[in-house]
Design a protein around this ligand. Structure first.
Ligand code: ADP
Ligand code: ASP
Ligand code: MG
Length: 422
């Protein structure tokens, strides 16, 4: 008998019919003798609908007071899901009980809309499991030390599930979603994308951080930190598929590098449309200038991603960096109001229509020429690279958003990702 955590995403929970299917699948696993904890997301579209209502009342959703209320609102989507799934399980003849994050409790910090899980008290859940119940816990939400409801950022149910699995030392965490695993790139953009049978933890971490939303990055971090066996698989297979076959399907996140993985130089391509670029022109090129520009941006709690400083001419240089698109307007404000007057820079410019495309692979550590192959491929497509950033196992470029799909398709082909690696 194993302790298994299942997570079901929004599409998998998208209608009462689908919830019934989830219940049948979970019941199958429980009847096979496993202790089951299930973490569902809100029904598809529900979180957007709820946040949309808030936006109708206040277009500017940035103050701490508003963020607190946003979390109170957004968390209700998952609360509906756990109740519905428990009822569906009971209708299948199972004993089932649902808990909201605060009832478990799942303790988080107070960073509303992007809270981090600090601890999980699993005593109540363990008692229910021991009594033969299936336990259904809300994804995406927790409670802070002051008793406020918090949420973990978009896609955060993945993190809830892995964190519950880590806290309970579950034998496996299965992330059921609307694709049948992790692909070489988003199969919605490149239909030839290939499912990976395994992907290394490090590659998954990079892909998630670079925009592959199939797993929220923090869920991958948790899996790595606590060595949670993690698999991504489809919730759209027939619920009564053979359980052993199901348990081997999808994509397994692995923690050991095996030889086969070494051979795939590039494992996948990630992309992210959520960024915007800002440039400060004519900055005096002297020690401390990066701090003078980025210090006020950090003070405004804005995360900076790719950074480029040009060579200087006549003692002046240009300084560009990217931020999340949601922070674009605020970043321009900070630069115009604080940085320009203090640094003597000439001008601030911005472009919110950019995207970042990245190639990821642990094989890049031991192979030269991978980045240049990427640049050649993009140049053959006539795509201008605005910024480049690299690490040991990835190369990212910032390009005009309108070329994103073209770039991803061309790179996917150039690196032979549609082919089965041997
Ligand atoms: P869920 O609601 O189940 O959490 P998400 O929409 O958050 O599902 O994540 C699944 C989606 O991630 C897929 O439908 C797919 O479009 C997208 N995706 C992006 N990159 C990848 C990838 N490399 N492999 C698989 N899916 C990917
Ligand atoms: N419902 C939340 C969202 O839409 C959390 C999740 O689906 O993982 O972001
Ligand atoms: Mg998701």
């Amino acid at each position: 008998m194993a302790l298994i955590v299942h997570k079901y995403g929004g599409t998998s929970m998208g209608s009462t019919e689908r919830i019934r299917n989830v219940a049948k699948r979970v019941a199958k696993w429980a009847r096979a003798g496993h202790q089951m904890v299930v973490v569902p997301s809100a029904m598809s579209g529900e979180t957007n609908r709820l946040l949309g209502l808030a936006k109708e009342l206040s277009p500017e959703l940035a103050s701490d007071d508003i963020l607190r209320e946003l979390d109170a609102i957004a968390a209700t989507g998952e609360q509906v899901s756990v109740g519905l799934l428990s009822i569906a399980l009971q209708a299948e003849g199972m004993q089932a009980v649902s808990y909201a994050g605060w009832q478990v409790p799942i303790a988080t910090d107070s960073s509303f809309t992007k809270a981090r899980i600090q601890s999980i008290d699993d005593s109540r859940v363990r008692a229910d499991l021991a009594a033969g119940k299936v336990v259904v816990i809300t994804g995406f939400q927790g409670i802070d030390a002051q008793g406020n409801v918090t949420t973990l950022g978009r896609g955060g149910s993945d993190t809830s599930a892995v964190a519950v699995a880590a806290a309970m030392k579950a034998d496996e965490c299965l992330i059921y979603t609307d694709v049948d695993g992790v692909y070489t790139t988003d199969p919605r953009i490149v239909p030839e994308a290939r499912r990976l049978h395994t992907v290394s933890f490090e590659e998954m971490l990079e892909m998630a951080s670079l925009g592959s939303k199939v797993l929220q990055i923090r869920s991958v971090e948790f899996a790595g930190k606590y060595r949670v066996p993690l698999r991504v698989l489809s919730s759209f297979t027939p619920w009564d598929i053979n359980i052993d076959e199901e348990a081997r399907s999808g994509t397994l996140i692995t923690f050991e590098e095996d030889e086969k993985m070494e051979q795939a130089v590039v494992a996948g391509i990630a992309f992210n449309r959520d960024e915007a670029k800002v440039t400060v022109l004519g900055v005096p090129d002297k020690p401390g200038i990066a701090y003078q520009i980025l210090g006020p941006v950090a003070d405004a709690n804005i995360d900076v991603d790719v950074i480029i400083q040009n060579v200087s001419h006549d003692g002046k240089t240009d300084f560009s960096f990217t931020v999340h698109r949601n922070d674009y307007a605020r970043t321009l404000d900070v630069l115009k109001n604080t940085v320009l007057p203090h640094t003597g820079a000439a001008q601030v410019m911005g472009d919110a229509k950019i995207c970042k495309v990245s190639i990821v692979g642990i094989g890049m550590r031991s192979h030269v020429g991978v980045a240049s192959k990427m640049f050649r491929c993009l140049s053959e497509e006539g795509i201008n690279i605005q910024m480049i950033t690299t690490s040991e196992i990835k190369t990212s470029v910032v390009i005009d958003e309108k070329y994103m799909e073209l770039a991803v398709r061309a790179l996917h082909k150039a690196f032979d990702l549609e082919q089965e690696t041997t």
